[in-house]
Design a protein around this ligand. Structure first.
Ligand SMILES: Nc1nc2c(ncn2[C@@H]2O[C@H](COP(=O)(O)OP(=O)(O)OP(=O)(O)O)[C@@H](O)[C@H]2O)c(=O)[nH]1
Length: 304
């Protein structure tokens, strides 16, 4: 573990804040997030400050804790859904983050990028991250392009980089630091524990569930881990996807069970990478109408 990440906070005030990474599909958001968070992917349970967000990663570096969150509505691949996202709920998903990283491919700005940019309130501090710098052959053309970007939106910083270059990603963290407020960290800075491995499993299944069902499934659907067993480098996991209606169950299962199978395969593959272990994942779908009103049950699903 590098010395600057060795647990104990340095003297002086701490900084901590929420950061959203947005951009059209394929610009490198996931690659950037993974690089920003580094090895220590630490997904913890929801805290009061972030109830409206799903935390996708936390990085604690020096005096600063960077908390990366999902922004519902920005993630969508469907352009008709993008239009639908122009509503208050979605705008509020970025309204309480401290900083937005708007990712584009360096030297490119298309209609699809513009659609995402239009969703960011102009008064929200936003950094332009011009990713895939390594693919830019004519570097001289980058300066005029950056200048044109300056005219499109009041960005607070312009950061050309490659998400695949750790030194450049670290520089981005340094640039972001002053935009996060001085306040105590919200999260412990700990490695993955068994409990968080279990939580991670539910989050990954949840992510695949919503990714593969698009806008068809209401957000009230949830994932419960029924079994999490560790046998050396093997994890045996059984999870239940709980939906509110029979019609939602049909959406999750898909034609001939295809969709549920895909959710399971993608979740298993990602978990194997994250946990560095072989994973057996069993998925079930259950209908439990009205579960959201039952506090006792909510608690047993891992919410607080
Ligand atoms: N050359 C190069 N390729 C990159 C860089 N960053 C990401 N990529 C590649 O770009 C592709 C898309 O990256 P992702 O991180 O999946 O993009 P994303 O924005 O999360 O995509 P969605 O999940 O579809 O929204 C992948 O093939 C990456 O390997 C970079 O800095 N340089």
């Amino acid at each position: 573990m590098p010395p600057e990440e060795s647990g104990a906070a340095p003297e002086g005030p701490q900084r901590c804040g929420l950061i959203a990474i947005v951009g059209r599909p394929n610009v490198g958001k996931s690659t950037l997030l993974n690089a920003l968070v580094g090895q220590k992917v630490s997904i913890t349970s929801r805290k009061a400050q972030t109830t409206r967000h799903r935390i996708t990663g936390i990085r604690t570096l020096g005096d600063t804790q960077y908390v990366f969150v999902d922004t519902p509505g920005f993630q969508t691949r469907h352009s008709n859904a993008l239009n639908r996202t122009l509503n208050r709920t979605v705008l509020s998903s970025v309204s309480d983050v401290d900083l937005v990283l708007f990712v584009v491919e360096a030297g490119r700005f298309g209609l699809d990028d513009a659609k995402v940019l239009a969703l960011i309130p102009p008064d929200k501090p936003t950094v332009l991250v011009a990713n895939k710098l390594d693919k830019v052959v004519r570097r001289a053309e980058l300066a005029p392009w950056l200048k044109s970007m300056q005219e499109r939106h009041p960005f607070v910083e312009f950061v050309p980089l490659s998400a695949k270059r750790p030194d450049q990603v670290k520089r981005l963290l340094e640039i972001v630091r002053p935009y996060l407020p001085e306040q105590p960290w919200w999260y412990e800075e700990d490695a993955l524990t068994d409990r968080s491995e279990r939580f991670l499993a539910s989050e990954i299944v949840r992510e695949k569930l919503f990714r593969l069902t698009g806008d068809e499934l209401p957000y009230s659907s949830t994932v419960m881990i029924e079994k999490f067993e560790e046998e050396g480098r093997l994890r045996r996991i059984a999870a239940t996807i709980i939906v509110e209606r029979e019609s939602h169950k049909a959406i999750v299962i898909g034609d001939g069970g295809e969709r549920l199978k895909r959710i399971g395969t993608e979740a298993r593959q990602e978990l194997e990478k994250l946990l560095d272990a072989k994973v057996f994942l069993e998925l079930w779908v259950k209908v439990r109408s009205g579960w959201a009103d039952d506090e006792e049950r909510l608690r047993s699903y891992g919410y607080e």
